[in-house]
Design a binder for this molecule. Sequence first.
Ligand code: FAM
Length: 435
Amino acid sequence: DYLKEKLLQIAIPKAQKVRQLVKEYGDVKIQDVTMSQVLTGMKGVVSLMTCTSKLDPEEGIRFRGYSIPELKNILPKIHEEGEPLPEGIFYLMLTGELPSNDDVRYISEQWAQRAQGIPPHVYDVIEALPKDAHPMIQFNTAILAMSTESQFRKAYLIGMDKKNYWDPTYEGVMDLISRLPIIAAYIYRRVFHQGDHIPPDPSLDWAGNLAHMMGHDTEDAKRLMRLYMLIHSDHEGGNVSAHATHLVGSALSNPYYSFSAGMNGLAGPLHGMANQDVMHWINKMKREIGTDDPSEAQIKKYAEETLAKGHVIPGYGHAVLRKTDPRFQVQLDFANKYVPYAPYIKLVNKIYNVVPDVLLATGKVKNPWPNVDAISGSLLTSYGITEFPIYTVLFGVSRALGVLTQLIWDRLYGLPIERPKSQNLGWFMDKANLK
Ligand code: FAM
């Protein structure tokens, strides 16, 4: 496997640097931490080392230094006019280098081959769940069920040298990523298409195959799926799905357990589930106002009512970003190019015109701008993928690319178990001299 060889060559000097930092520079002070940082979700506290991507509050995400618009130009594509293949961003996040066409083809083939290894009991486990169990429950259950195949645990038990843990991690990660589209499509067809399943086409790329297996087999739908899989793949290390995957992985739990932890986090409404909730919010608005095409004044009133009830407006706000999310923008540009007249896209634009001011008027929302989820569901819907509960599963398939690449690097760096310190309320009150 030339990719593994290459990875090891890149990683050895970096792992030495990590060891050197701990040994020789361990006492270097890097930051002061305030009371409010700890009590409002550790925002801005540097406590993780992540190499796959970095999030700038103003500019948004960069993958190994490259922004999404840059990647759209430089990553390999199938068609000149099309979207980059997610295989390419995986390669970039893994090695830190831009892939050639051959590198991307190699990964596509690897994944198509490895995808064939899903054990039959995984389908039995899915089938044992009620059809109306949320697709994220089914997805995550399947991920755990697949961990019977973990090479990591086997290697650990036979006494592998810990320097080599990255190797079975890599194997597990490659297997797991290869199989996620099949699992996601299986759940989609089970829940929404009477269990009428469509086998994978090994000649297709990873994202194209997902669209194909879901039954959305047009070139247009495949193009959308490639974009979707590219932009959701990573958002540096501190977001809930990335952090949870990393944390659980630090106990040397295998890649399946680790990723499953991340997916449980993604299923929360403040994280990945927001893409489904946005659609509920829009549809409830249409029902309550009694029209499919509400005016901006009507949308504003509905948004204000949402806040008055103590609810969040899904798809808006962010823990780090302080500008419109470039992942929102790139989808909006895509929509304006290919489906400009889609009713949901027109609504997304109208909502974008009024909601930021409504949130700003609260005086407390730190970022009133739309995030990735404000449009992704409307875009999928405009392409005929209208079943909202599958949206977070699609997010999860994509998110695997980043968080699992980082898991390989966690093992390459030899990072230890993660164990921050906790204190009780009295301790914080003492620090503040509060009686
Ligand atoms: N609607 C209503 N209130 C909001 C809000 C929104 N969209 N965004 C923030 N706030 C409130 C927040 O609840 C908090 O209120 P309290 O002080 O009363 O608790 C206050 O504004 C300050 O919050 P913040 O510091 O601006 O945001 P946080 O860093 O605490 O939270 C989010 C960040 C994303 C959880 C928050 O903006 C939110 O709940 N947004 C809606 C859900 C959503 O779209 N999540 C998806 C995020 C996404 F990019 C992803 O993970 N996929």
